[in-house]
Design a protein around this ligand. Structure first.
Ligand code: MLT
Length: 410
């Protein structure tokens, strides 16, 4: 008899984005002529930068020759990419992360879920609310929680509300926690954390022997100079934090797949007998066993993101989406909607007009304006009454969406 992992049954509905896709597709089945604009899932729309495309073409040609063909690559990623990341994303900012501390992967979503393989079941896990649903669902799947209550909150998780009242920065927990998920620039609210607030979290982690799982997948969108780009800019973070980064949202790799996770060699965790052990060694062991690395062609493409042309083209791409975010923000503010985010992130987080529930507003927006967004409550109970719009789309669609939005609410 094959027994299943029944923790999956605690997950009440489908994963948020497939659920939205299901509702949209059912709407389209009955409204075939509707010109639906999708600002729901944060999926990029613009083509890969030319420097990246050309590096990939060249890598394909290498694979076509016996002399330059490559089979299995290193599970941790090729040195050329790990070195480029260490140099450009960290050392250039005065952060002492080495290539050996970088693990190239096929996505931050995968890594932020897979990381639980190396942590025991007894950890008390803290997440913000609202939150990127992957952190919650993967903990549920791993059996780290009880059941969900009526508002969708799971027993055993510590929820840290974030909202306008605390500037989207969670208060430190009042009881000790072991693993803390933080995501900045934040998905879903599009807001950022200050250096000082992040320092408080690092200090907390040091004092309580906790570990921070820091998701910085949207780092490229930081436009204000005082905002930290990496948790390792904070004193002491090398001893308490893992950082997730991605090429998805800056270089357009959502379909191409390449990301990386930084696990400092100085990071340790506790064994049952109280001994300390290296987290880096455990993650390396996990990756070597369960992962065969990202394809050579894709890693060559990712490395081209750090070439002179690649950097310029990526900056242009990010600026394009940030302009979309600004147009959304300004367009909604013009009709009196309360809006957050969208300055250092490709997401705009708004309070639903007229105090509607998030899902009611989703339905109204879809049926009357043929616009798709993401209900705030899909990201957690504290997201109720909010709504997320993604700035990843063509300029034409963003302008059209703003007009339709304004027509709906004014
Ligand atoms: C989102 O819309 O929140 C993102 O696309 C999800 C992801 O990056 O996995």
């Amino acid at each position: 008899m094959a027994h299943v992992n029944e923790h999956y049954h605690k997950l009440k509905a489908g994963y948020l984005f497939p659920e939205i896709a299901r509702r949209v597709s059912s709407f389209c089945d009955t409204h075939a002529d509707a010109d639906v604009i999708r600002l729901g899932i944060g999926d990029v729309t613009e083509p890969l930068p030319e420097a990246i495309v050309s590096a990939m073409h060249q890598a394909v040609d290498e694979m076509a020759q016996r002399s330059s063909f490559r089979g299995y690559g290193p599970e941790q990623g090729y040195d050329f990419l790990r070195s480029a990341i260490a140099e450009n994303d960290y050392q250039a900012r005065g952060i002492g992360i080495t290539p050996e501390e970088i693990f190239v992967s096929d996505g931050s979503k995968c890594d932020s879920g897979n990381i639980l393989d190396i942590f025991g079941p007894s950890n008390v896990v803290a997440i913000t609310d609202p939150v990127y649903p992957v952190y919650v669902d993967t903990n549920v799947m791993a059996g780290h929680t009880g059941n969900a209550n009526d508002s969708g909150r799971f027993d055993g998780l510590v929820y840290l509300p974030i909202g306008a009242e605390n500037n989207f920065t969670p208060a430190l927990p009042d009881a000790p926690v072991d693993l803390i998920y933080l995501c900045y620039p934040n998905n879903p609210t599009g807001t950022v954390v200050s250096h000082q607030a992040l320092q408080q979290w690092v200090d907390y982690a040091q004092q309580h022997d906790a570990l921070i799982l820091y998701d910085a997948a949207y780092e490229a969108y930081i436009s204000e100079p005082e905002i930290p780009h990496s948790i390792y800019e904070i004193d002491g973070a090398r001893e308490v934090a893992i950082e997730f980064r991605s090429f998805s949202k800056n270089a357009g790799f959502t379909g191409t797949r390449c990301a990386f996770t930084v696990v400092p060699e100085s990071l340790t965790g506790t064994c049952g007998n109280g001994d300390r052990t290296s987290i880096h060694t455990l993650w390396n062991r996990r990756q070597s066993t369960k992962f065969n690395g990202v394809s050579y062609v894709i890693q060559r493409g990712a490395a081209a993101a750090y070439s002179v042309e690649g950097k310029t083209q990526i900056q242009e791409l990010v600026a394009f989406y940030l302009t979309n975010a600004r147009l959304l923000r300004e367009g909604l503010e013009a009709v009196g909607i309360e809006v957050y985010g969208g300055i250092n992130a490709p997401y705009v987080w708004l309070r639903t007009p007229g105090g509607q529930s998030s899902w009611d507003f989703f339905d109204d927006l879809l049926s009357h304006s043929h616009l798709v967004g993401t209900p705030g409550s899909g990201f957690g109970a504290s997201g109720e009454g909010y709504f997320r719009l993604s700035a990843f789309n063509s300029r034409e669609n963003i302008e059209q969406a703003v007009q339709r939005f304004q027509a709906l609410v004014s």
